[in-house]
Design a protein around this ligand. Structure first.
Ligand code: ATP
Ligand code: ZN
Length: 223
């Protein structure tokens, strides 16, 4: 691939992380002009551009070298590290960013008296995070069926396609609405700056160092 002389950051095009991610980059002194197709944002002052994509695509774009950095939930990054294939081990969480906080949790029907992981033996658990759930179950020696769904995981128990779910929880309101109860927390998540394990050694590496320094300043001021 031809080396780029501008830094490219992947972020969510439209969703929970979009506004806070843009605000954080603005506070780091980066401003952008949005292109007409809204996929690409050209950096105005500094040589830093944005690629606006679905959050699920962000780790892959970094692993392929299409983008240098990404702003994405730890849940999505860790899932990719477990299931994304050959390139995925080389991705790292460079900084936690302090927004988009949520947990990846197992939830069970409200009437179930949940005490321990062993009770999930032989149960079907619906999730969009088969890698993280599979790892958690293996670590506990629990043999459960993992039903992978792209969305609307929380309705699976009512539909009878699963006995429990493993999904993102923030307030817990969605669980209550679906007569579910949080039973185990697998991961505490927030938005993170993701990048390659080995940072580039050219000018892009210098730009990344500079961005990390500014981020550290901005995040410290906010805490
Ligand atoms: P996309 O169209 O980009 O695929 P999405 O529907 O997967 O969007 P969002 O719902 O916008 O994504 O969530 C993006 C991220 O926000 C999640 O991966 C997670 O890290 C974080 N998040 C924080 N709170 C919640 C929550 N209650 N539910 C889902 N995600 C949450
Ligand atoms: Zn997504």
């Amino acid at each position: 691939m031809k080396p780029r002389d501008r830094l490219r950051i992947a972020m969510q095009k439209s969703g929970r992380l979009t506004e806070p991610a843009l605000e954080l980059l603005n506070r780091c002194g980066l401003t952008f002009r949005q292109s007409r197709d809204k996929l690409f944002c050209f950096g105005e002052g500094e040589p830093v551009d944005l690629l606006l994509v679905r959050d699920d695509d962000i780790p892959g774009l970094i692993a392929q070298g299409v983008c240098d950095l990404g702003i994405v939930g730890r849940n999505v990054l860790n899932e990719f590290q477990l299931t994304g294939g050959r390139d995925s081990a080389e991705l790292a969480e460079l900084r936690p960013l302090g927004f988009g906080r949520c947990r990846l949790s197992i939830a069970v029907p409200q009437e179930m008296e949940y005490r321990e992981a062993g009770q999930l033996q032989g149960q079907r658990i619906a999730t969009s995070y088969p890698g993280l759930l599979g790892q958690w179950l293996r670590e506990r020696g629990v043999d459960a069926g993992v039903v992978t769904l792209a969305g609307s995981v929380e309705i699976a128990p009512r539909l009878g396609t699963a006995d429990a779910i493993c999904d993102l929880v923030q307030s817990g309101g969605t669980l209550v609405a679906n007569q579910l109860r949080e039973a185990e927390v697998l991961l505490e998540s927030e938005a993170v700056l993701a990048g390659p394990e080995a940072l580039p050694t050219d000018e892009r590496g210098d730009m990344i160092d500079l961005l990390l320094k500014r981020l550290d300043g901005v995040i410290q001021v906010r805490e």
